[in-house]
Design a protein around this ligand. Sequence first.
Ligand SMILES: *[C@@H]1O[C@H](CO)[C@@H](O)[C@H](O)[C@H]1NC(C)=O
Ligand SMILES: *[C@@H]1O[C@H](CO)[C@@H](O)[C@H](O)[C@H]1NC(C)=O
Ligand SMILES: *[C@@H]1O[C@H](CO)[C@@H](O)[C@H](O)[C@H]1NC(C)=O
Ligand SMILES: *[C@@H]1O[C@H](CO)[C@@H](O)[C@H](O)[C@H]1NC(C)=O
Length: 715
Amino acid sequence: CVCVCVCVCVCVCVECSTHNTFHTELMDTRAARPFSFSFNTSDYRILLMDQDQGRLYLGSREYLVALDMHNVNKEPLIIHWPASAKRKGECQMTGKGRQGECANFVRLIEPWNRTHLYTCGTGAYQPICTFINRGWRAEDYLFRLVPGYVDSGKGKCSYDPKQENIAVLIDGNLYAGVHIDFMSTDAALFRTMGGRTAIRTEQYDSRWLNEPVFVQIQQIPDSAERNDDKLYFFFREKSLDSSGGASPSVLARNDEGGQKSLVNRWTTFLKARLICSVIGEDGVETRFDELRDVFIQPTQDERNPMVYALFTTAGSVFKGSAVCVYSMADIRNVFNGPFAHKHGHNYQWTEYTGKIPYPRPGTCPGGTFTPGIRSSKNFSDEAVNFIRAHPLMIHPVYPIHRRPLVVRTGVDYRFTALVVDQVDAVDGRYEVLFLGTDRGTVQKVIVLPKDPTNMEELTLEESRAPVKTMKISSKRQQLYVSSDAGLTQVSLHRCGVYGRACSDCCLARDPYCAWDGESCSAFTPSTKRRSRRQDVKHGDPLRQCRGFNKRLRETVQFGVEGSSTFLECQPRSPQASVKWLFQREGKRKVLTRVGGVLKTNHGILLKSLNQSDAGLYHCLATENNFKHTVARVALRILDRDIVLALTAQDEDEEPKTLQAGPQQQSSLVSTPFPPEIRLINQYCQSYWEQLSPKQQQQRKRTSRRHTEGQDQGLG
Ligand SMILES: *[C@@H]1O[C@H](CO)[C@@H](O)[C@H](O)[C@H]1NC(C)=O
Ligand SMILES: *[C@@H]1O[C@H](CO)[C@@H](O)[C@H](O)[C@H]1NC(C)=O
Ligand SMILES: *[C@@H]1O[C@H](CO)[C@@H](O)[C@H](O)[C@H]1NC(C)=O
Ligand SMILES: *[C@@H]1O[C@H](CO)[C@@H](O)[C@H](O)[C@H]1NC(C)=O
């Protein structure tokens, strides 16, 4: 009879315990961990990731935050850095600040030396910078502003928090793409600090910069000669003619400006357009013109990183996003190609076919190609004048394969941020893209050779705030995502969500995961074992999981006549479609039922059971044309009258049995059973014996009531 209790529990409680199981598993994967310290701030941006100290540096409205990369909630270090009350008052007087802009928005944190960081904020429309002392080691738990030190932030940080700025500190020089005035009309690529004269782009010349929005900055060497080092700025701007929008521009780091003309202006500035478009089946080209984010993926050759660029469509009606990948070789070819030329202001840009002066514009002084010219001040007048009028290359840069890697159209969201990871799996190296969206989620896109992509979407937090910045640490296998509302840490491995079957693990085609003979777990090439099953390329469970799918056992479940029961089936691969088959007297058919079947994501609910529901239920998941059985449940129906009689007996004894379980068992065993009860007893016994000890462990966690009955049933 104790067993009957158990069985009734199974029938009644499976539905609720299913939810528990599901919930527990989501928590167990520890996939996402939000930064849970709340203070009065907003506009979180991840500004610097320090792999050596294992720290992540965040800027937000009036705060600087240093976080532990392992666990963002472990003793965060927080600095309050507000604009002064006086300055805020002055800012309000100018009519700004209706949306709270009269505050110090921290927008730059760069490493300065072994112990100090350099930081800048908007300072309530008067940019300010200072040093942060963060000690020699992370264990020092030191994070504070250098007292009494404030620097002007002009040319380093925007005045207006709505304007993006980008910056990098190299050898004590700060290179920035920034609006350098109160009204945000004067945008420039600027070099300041380090004792050299400040250098900038030509002022108010739309041929150089035309209402730019700065996105990314990166130093990329051209050769082994340091004098050839170049800085690449990525930005979008108002197109000069009808086409184009996104540009990389390039500068020589050691540019000193011109001698007579272009004094204190870059003499090596060049820009080109990036193209990212698709041709539809109707032959119509969709252009993704608005550059949103750029991720530079290093390769073995430091001169040739891969450039991943995220674009969206320009219009507000048609929402579309795309990721295009560019090679440095293609970018350099365009910069080494013909220049664009324009007569006066109303003419189209055409290819310049005249003589190109020496040294060729864009060549670094003192580099491989100009050994005799030590400084840009020694460039000929002819060369300098040519550069001033010809900053643009005529040819655009096309992506690798001339098409985007990922395209999303016909959806109601846009991508806002991008990071890329390279994952070594058993069958090769895979690119995995993490794409933040404007509705506060992150999509993980696995790039597979044949079908374009395999996707999983992670929802980060309840807030719908668009993703603002993302950083990835392959070393720590973590992704960090920030929005206006906060920061979340996400583990790159989320293998638990694919379940425990070899075929599910295989079908998920996630290069981070492999089936180790027991479960779907994190795959690291260093712990490579021959028994690991992983097939990212084909996702072919027939080949990979041969001999491993027999583990699926038939489970026995009991239902009481007249009541409902829930049959659980959860394929973990997100792409699966599910079908139920019902088998009775050897014949297997698609499940149809007079009383109705309620389908849920976790299984089916059968209402109002009667004896005709007894039989074998198969849950079939189909993916990649591969069908596999996820669950096989033998449903037995208990006679309602007998169950009622038994539970009535239970209720009488309840106060005693709750305290003295084992005694209850012995007392009941000694009662003579009618034949049907003996049969039920046998069913229960075999049911529990079928469960391996491991499965019992899981059941213990997910349902207390199961556990009680089970312990008793097994003695
Ligand atoms: C939070 O900060 C904003 C802007 O600085 C301010 O207006 C608001 O009063 C602050 N709220 C609290 C609860 O301190
Ligand atoms: C780092 O720079 C700061 C600020 O200039 C200075 O005070 C400090 O002594 C420097 N530390 C080292 C180790 O050079
Ligand atoms: C280079 O410029 C410097 C001053 O700017 C001048 O003194 C020097 O003579 C120039 N050298 C050549 C080779 O033109
Ligand atoms: C079970 O229920 C179905 C429909 O609710 C009915 O057609 C069938 O006769 C019932 N069978 C038994 C054995 O009561």
